[in-house]
Design a protein around this ligand. Structure first.
Ligand code: ADP
Ligand code: MG
Length: 245
């Protein structure tokens, strides 16, 4: 039987006494594209950050591609190689050029020869449509360009899973589309398994296999985009959608 690429089983997490994730059960098959939405503070970032151990869960199991996330650093390293992450605020190294940002991980972590790492970086920069920016520093780029560099940087590590945490919410409106277009292309052309926290509902309709709604640390509802948007079941989902659509 095919095992799901991501399994969260009865996952609970607290920040101090605050119960931030409540009995999360989530299975994601290889190639699935999931959009997670929900009010601010509902635990969306915490959930996806638990998937690469940027946060630790205290109860339940998280199993990624057959490896359970435990405090064993070897397991954490194995999983971090398979899971790429793109943040709201890009998190590029400001003192390195775009090309150096893209080749750092492949050279030092994956032990790729420099020439090969650079060739691959250029390939991904072409895919996100900014090869001409390779020798600039992040501070010389627009927000939309920096976010596309961040996406390319993750892809250079050849992850099996890509996590996106509100990748367009820090961008000026005119730059949102160029980043979403790159993400749509990635979804459609690569078969990449993607989990994306976003309130871009046009994006969700276009690429998601499943939309998940979270509130107060729980998964309240999940469905394919058509059913989710056109026929939400829970009152909380209806209220949320009425506020953002
Ligand atoms: P979302 O991404 O849905 O806005 P988060 O996962 O960021 O939600 O946060 C969920 C809740 O946990 C919020 O109430 C937030 O204030 C709280 N929280 C997040 N990170 C921490 C932390 N490191 N320590 C304490 N509380 C936190
Ligand atoms: Mg968040």
């Amino acid at each position: 039987m095919d095992q799901d690429l991501i399994q969260m089983i009865n996952v609970n997490k607290w920040y101090g006494k605050f119960h931030v994730l409540r009995d999360i059960n989530l299975s994601v098959a290889s190639g699935e594209r999931i959009v997670i939405c929900g009010p601010s503070g509902s635990g969306k970032s915490t959930l996806i950050r638990c998937l690469n151990r940027l946060e630790e869960h205290q109860q339940g199991q998280i199993i990624i591609d057959g490896t359970e996330l435990t405090s064993d650093i070897k397991d954490v390293e194995t999983i971090r190689r398979e899971v790429g992450m793109v943040f709201q605020h890009f998190n590029l190294f400001p003192h390195l050029t775009v090309l150096e940002n893209l080749t750092l991980g492949p050279i030092w972590v994956l032990k790729k020869p420099k020439a090969e790492a650079e060739a691959q970086a250029m390939k991904y920069l072409e895919r996100v449509r900014i090869p001409e920016q390779a020798n600039k520093y992040p501070g010389q780029l627009s927000g939309g360009q920096q976010q596309r560099v961040a996406i390319a940087r993750s892809l250079c590590m050849n992850p099996k899973i890509m996590l996106f945490d509100e990748p367009t919410s820090a961008l000026d409106p005119e730059m949102v589309k160029e980043v979403l277009d790159v993400m749509v292309e990635l979804a459609e052309q690569s078969g990449m398994t993607m989990l994306c926290v976003t309130h871009e509902m046009g994006f969700a309709r276009k690429v998601a296999n499943r939309v998940i709604f979270m509130d107060q640390g729980e998964i309240i509802e999940q469905n394919n985009p058509e059913a989710f948007f056109d026929n939400p079941q829970s009152d909380r989902t209806k209220l949320f959608l009425s506020q953002i659509l």
